[in-house]
Ligand binder design. Sequence first.
Ligand code: PLP
Ligand code: COI
Length: 371
Amino acid sequence: MANAADTTLDAPALTLSRMAHPAPTSAEARAAVLANPGFGTHFTDHMVVIEWTEGRGWHDGVIGPRGPIALDPAASVLHYAQEIFEGLKAYTHPDGSIALFRPEANAARFNASAARLAMPALPEETFVEAVKQLVLADRDWIPAQDGASLYLRPFMIATEAFLGVRAAKSYKFIVIASPAGNYFKSGAPAVSIWVSEYTRAAPGGTGAAKCGGNYAASLVPTAEAFQRGHDQVLFLDAAEHKWVEELGGMNLFFALDDGSLITPPLSGTILPGITRDSLLTMAREEGLNVREERYSIDQWRADAASGRLLECFACGTAAVVTPVGRVAQGDSDFTIGSGGPGQLTARLKDRLVSIQRGSAPDPHGWVVKIG
Ligand code: PLP
Ligand code: COI
C-alpha cells in the first residue's frame, strides 16, 4: 500500500485515504469464488489499515489494495501475542441494500479486548466506519445465496520493535474481508463435539477477550476433536472441570422440556457472544424461561439420557446457529434428542437470520444499513 492516495473518504472519526487498486480480481474469478466460498480461504481486493503510536494516537488511515504487511521481526505481536480480533458479517438485503449486524457491539467488545491486552482503545465510530468503507469498496464480493455473507475480520497487532515485556508503543488496526458460506465443512444437519481435557481459560485470564492467544491454545484440543471425527471442541471450567463453558469458537445453549433455555453465564472465562446476546433477547420475547446459569457435563449427560434435554445448539457469527447432535468425552458418548436439528433451534435460527438478511422487521435496531 505504498502508492499515492488519490481520493479521500470522509469518516466521522478518522479520514481514510483511498488508494486505487492497480489490478482488482476479474469478474469471472470473483464469480467462481462466490459460487462456493467455503469459510476463510478467499479474500477480497481491499483492506483498511490505521496506525497508532504513543503520543499521537490513531492516524494514517488507508483503504487500499489487500496485500502483505511489513513488520519488524522484533514486533511485539510476533513474540508476546499482543493481538485482538473481531468477526462480523455484511449481508445483501432483498431490496439490494447492504447491512451489517450489530457492528457497534463488535466495536465495544473490541475495546474490551483491547483493555485486557493493554492495547489502545479505538473510537467505536472509527471501527464501524472502517468496516463500512471496506464493505462498500468490496461490495461486489458479498455472496448472494442463502446462508452466505461477507465475513469481516477487524484486528489489531502490536508493531513496536522491542523485546522487553511490556505493552507496545505502536499498533496497527486492520480490516480484511472474506466471502463466507457454511463454517462447517461437513454441512451436516447437526454437529458432533468433543469434550476436551484441556482448559481454555481460567478465572482472571483472557477468556472473555477475543485475543489470538486463546485460539492458539485451542488448536491442540481442536486437532484432537478432528482426529476423533468431531466438528468442534468443548471446554469445561478450569477449576472443577465440571461446568460447561463454550466451544472453540461458539457459545452453547440447552433447551429443556419444561420450556427453559439455559446458557452458561458470562463468568469472565467465556466470550460474550453477540449472537448469544441476540438469541437471549429473542428467546425472552418468546416467553421462554431463559436462564444464564451453570450447567454441568454430568447434568448434560443425564438430561440427554432422560429425554429432559430436547435440544442443544451452538451459536456464533461464523457458525450462526448450529444444532449439536452428539457429545463425546473420553471413551463414552451420548446423543441429544434424535441427534438431528430440533424445532426451537430451527425457529430461533430462522428468526435471527431473517433479521440479519432483511426478510423480517428489525425491532431492536440491530441492523445497520450502509449502502
Ligand atoms: N465463543 C468464542 C470462543 C468465539 O470465538 C465466538 C465467535 O466469535 C463466539 C463465542 C461467538 O461470538 P459471536 O456471537 O459474537 O460471534
Ligand atoms: C466468529 O464467529 O467470528 C469467530 O471468530 C469464530 C471463529 C471463526 C474464530
